[in-house]
Design a protein around this ligand. Sequence first.
Ligand code: GDP
Ligand code: IMO
Ligand code: MG
Length: 426
Amino acid sequence: MTIDVILGLQWGDEGKGKIVDYLATKYDVVARFQGGPNAGHTLKFDGKKFILHTVPSGIFRQELINLIGNGVVIDPITLERELANLDTAEVEYRSRLLVAKKAHLILPTHRLLDAANEAAKGKEKIGSTLKGIGPTYMDKTGRNGLRVGDTLLPDFMERYNSLKNKHLGLLQALPKVEFDLEGEEQKWFASLNTLRSLTLVDGEYFINQKLKDGKRILAEGAQGSMLDIDFGTYPYVTSSNTVTAGVCSGLGVAPQRVGEVIGITKAYCTRVGGGPFPTELLDETGDFLRTEGAEFGSTTGRPRRCGWIDLPQLKYTIMLNGVTQLAITKIDVLNKFEQIKAATQYRYSGLTTDQLPFDLCGLPLEPVYEDFEGWQQELDEAKDFDALPKAAQGYLDALERYLGVPITMVSTGPERESLILKGVLK
Ligand code: GDP
Ligand code: IMO
Ligand code: MG
């Protein structure tokens, strides 16, 4: 059996939660492979709305196993809060939620360091979600980190104090920020008991056994490919590999095990936080997209920056991920537009090209746009592709032609059912 992958092709918030929740019934296991509570994945069904940060988006589908993989960084406090929400909604998860022992822990001092590092950067700040992601991955690669499995060791407190003291030392050189460390530590240790009460597993053995048993597995990405630590708009990125390659290291599966790679993109583009965004619209069109798309962060509530879809950018991330199918989300957000634009090339350094430059930061880069006719009507009635307005079909066909990958899903609203299947998926 192979493992299918769903991931974001832009700067995050493409609608991964919705699509994973929809497709989950086709799978036996859904597994998160990287990132942490910087993610906010929204699911809407039966008139209810849930935002998941750590728990995989398959949790609302009965019978399905959900694994938090070794590549994820976990803040026990956020996880406990998410589990409390599931308890309130009477969702049974204890028998279905597994945590890899090799996943790293976000300590309260990681969050404090995140805030102090951002304060030190001033105007150059990344716009981090301040969830402690960067400092936790730094400790992982620096070989200082604490893992979920370490919490079971008799000397865990010594390890914790040693890492905390290292952090307090680092904080001496950084600006002071408001943070109730004692209060946060109390919460952290209390929530650690909840984490320990879950089923902790050797994730790599678990997942490979499931593959051997012929079970169907879906890997759920967080963030987006343009936030990848290696290939994103560095340094305005997150601290993990958000691309397909991250599935192998974040779950412990071999590359030849990867099957379908479903890339998700909005029908336009957004980004939250700092960093380059070639097609950003700093005018009333951008504001209109924000209002129509309710573009406010699921994790931080910050307004998202909005712009037109960027096809050279998508071509790049399709290449990096080996995307085999595309899911286009939020097409309904374009309903009222008379005209829609898509960037098809860039102009920079005397070139007109569809290749991204080495560094998007600080480079005067001008997107070249193609115009598309809008459809100016609601899409609620359209239950299959042929029922979409001709202009919407034309726009989607053009995206498919340019990107060279089949569109198999078109999302027309936030609800679980607002999804049109096309081609092989139909
Ligand atoms: P994720 O991080 O990729 O899971 O995406 P988020 O949940 O952060 O952001 C996507 C937002 O768009 C959420 O509020 C979703 O409920 C919403 N959404 C998802 N698909 C659609 C769609 O097709 N149309 C509209 N209007 N909203 C959508
Ligand atoms: P989902 O999974 C959108 C952005 C932050 C910031 C940068 C670094 O919901 O798509 P970090 O907290 O990782 O140090 O922040 O990355 N960012 C996201 N933007 N969606 C996300 O996740 C994001 N996770 C991180 O805004 O610019
Ligand atoms: Mg999100």
